[in-house]
Design a protein around this ligand. Structure first.
Ligand code: FE2
Ligand code: FE2
Length: 179
């Protein structure tokens, strides 16, 4: 037998579960600062929405010799970001918060920027910059959450991994342009 005591005795665990039932998935053992987590997640949500829109714009504006494969990549990324936005919104609701989809202030809440870009290469560059911003801010969120909210942390780790793939995709496209 290990010296490490098992968390809480079953009786206490069962009693605690019956208190504050209205909080649903958020139990007494939830260690993170819920308000802050919801706020930070709403910033991540805004970042994802801005990325959906930017990639969407780039998808429709992509033209030129290399455009077809690049446009396909833009569309794929736009859809990935929409998936991330949905995951984050879902988690915000689980935590008892409200996902902020208000277009007003969207760019202020978002970490990444919305840059339209003038040509294909310019668009790819701006997308790479945005991904790199998301990567850094999501890594910080993961570190902030630590073991206080493992579910949100795991979700953000999953999203972070995809943003890293996105950045890598953009860098490879940029290299095709001879950079
Ligand atoms: Fe994303
Ligand atoms: Fe991304």
């Amino acid at each position: 037998m290990s010296d490490k005591p098992f968390l809480t005795d079953i009786k206490t665990l069962r009693e605690r579960a019956r208190k504050h039932m209205e909080l649903g998935a958020v139990t007494e053992g939830y260690r993170a600062d819920r308000e802050t987590v919801i706020k930070v997640l709403n910033e991540a949500l805004a970042t994802e929405i801005v990325c959906v829109l930017r990639y969407r714009r780039h998808y429709f504006m992509a033209s030129g010799i290399n455009a077809e494969s690049v446009a396909a990549e833009f569309l794929q990324h736009s859809n990935d970001e929409q998936g991330h936005a949905d995951e984050i919104a879902d988690r915000i609701v689980q935590l008892g918060g409200e996902p902020n989809f208000n277009p007003e202030g969207l760019l202020t809440r978002s970490h990444a920027e919305y840059v339209e870009g003038t040509g294909l290469k310019d668009m790819i560059t701006e997308d790479l910059v945005a991904e790199r911003i998301a990567i850094d801010s999501y890594r910080e969120i993961v570190q902030y959450l630590g073991n206080d909210d493992p579910t949100t942390r795991r979700m953000m780790e999953g999203i972070l991994a995809v943003e890293e793939e996105h950045a890598d995709d953009m860098m490879n496209l940029l290299q095709d342009f001879g950079n």
